[in-house]
Design a protein around this ligand. Structure first.
Ligand SMILES: [Zn+2]
Length: 376
């Protein structure tokens, strides 16, 4: 991973580059920032830059012996620790190494992902919570006790240290207290409030902010050939989070299917047919959390566009052919009396799905709330 693979974050990249050039590489650093800001990518790019045999001013070379291994995340001095779950295959005290191949494949495919997405990728049962177990610390010690194989530094990237319990945290603390020579710990966190204070005091804080809108807009125009106005809209809905942005892009690919589901949901809500609503929510729940979240983002967009139509600002409306056909009849029901309520309910559903709530109950609840409000 190179710095050029990370969207935006100009300032953070500059600070990391200058730490390397000024020989100020701290032996343990906490990358703290919101979801979808590119923390993991930045950490790997930083490690790759440190290890690169032919660095340029602003990035690793991408082609030296070290970079070639980094490009596949198989460099012998690069180590990862991340939350894992028990599965049918791995039933006892799972550790990161049990999932290292899945991890490499997942990160290389797209390094912007949430803990929920990762958990869904490795778990057989989507209600599992991934954690960093106690056994992980002995693995860390084992790995760090070897001499570095090929680089000056060994790098240990710990993704979501807030997912360690107290005992795991204390063991990690011991390791951080007696630093191994030429070893770099990078902790990547979204919530430092859940990391024990003693670990925080042992690490240097490196704050990473959300992505600015203009970086998202430029990325969409350059890499996805999206028109400027559309790019501005997507950036606004993304809230500086690349995971959101990718879901919005994904939802555009799924538009036809989502439109059908949206119209089923609205039709049964309008009829007040609770049996149909209940069947719909059960079916929809089977599609998995990430698809449901994409769908909810789609719903927000449809509500917004229809509201614009109701208010006769059709020059701002952006709908596909099928959507605008549907919306001709639907839009009069979306008005200033119910829009705030419906918007709020969809956002709430998104929030609860993300926090592993029961999907069919959340969707049923959402559809019932829409039913109460759509005729206002
Ligand atoms: Zn290189």
């Amino acid at each position: 991973m190179q710095f050029k693979d990370i969207i935006g974050q100009v300032e953070a990249k500059k600070r990391l580059l200058s730490a390397v050039k000024g020989n100020r590489i701290s032996h343990s650093v906490l990358f703290l920032g919101p979801e979808g800001s590119g923390k993991l990518g930045l950490a790997i790019a930083y490690a790759q830059y440190i290890s690169c045999e032919n660095k340029t001013e602003d990035d690793s070379c991408g082609v030296c012996k070290s970079c070639l291994k980094y490009n596949k995340l198989v460099h012998p001095d690069l180590h990862f620790v991340f939350p894992v779950v028990k599965t049918k295959k791995i039933t006892k005290e799972p550790i990161s190494d049990n999932f290292i191949n899945e991890w490499r494949e997942y990160v290389l495919k797209n390094h912007y992902f949430s803990l929920n997405q990762w958990t869904e990728f490795i778990a057989d049962d989507e209600n599992k919570q991934a954690i960093i177990g106690v056994n992980e610390s002995s693995e860390i010690i084992k790995k760090l006790s070897f001499k570095t194989f090929e680089s000056e530094y060994k790098v240990m990237i710990i993704w979501f240290p807030e997912k360690m319990n107290k005992e795991s945290s204390n063991r990690l603390l011991k390791i951080l207290e007696e630093p191994f020579e030429k070893t770099l710990f990078i902790l990547i966190s979204e919530d430092s409030g859940n990391i024990i204070q003693t670990i925080l005091s042992r690490t240097q804080l490196f704050k990473i902010s959300k992505i600015d809108d203009s970086s998202i807009i430029n990325f969409l125009i350059d890499k996805h050939s999206i028109e400027e106005q559309e790019a501005v809209n997507i950036a606004k809905l993304s809230h500086g989070n690349i995971i959101n942005m990718l879901q919005i892009l994904g939802s555009e690919e799924n538009q036809a299917k989502f439109l059908e589901e949206f119209s089923t949901m609205m039709r049964s809500a309008f009829k007040g047919d609770t049996i149909e609503i209940s069947n719909w929510s059960k079916e929809k729940a089977k599609t998995g959390r990430e698809k449901i979240k994409e769908y909810l983002i789609y719903c927000l967009r449809m509500i917004r566009e229809n509201y614009l139509m109701t208010n006769n600002v059709s020059e701002l409306v952006q709908l596909t052919g099928g959507e605008s056909e549907f919306s001709k009849k639907f839009h009069p029901f979306v008005n200033s009396r119910n829009v705030p309520l419906i918007y709020d309910e969809i956002n709430k559903a998104h929030f609860h799905i993300e926090r592993n709530g029961n999907a069919s109950i959340i969707l049923l609840d959402l559809a019932l709330k829409i039913m109460q409000n759509i005729k206002k």
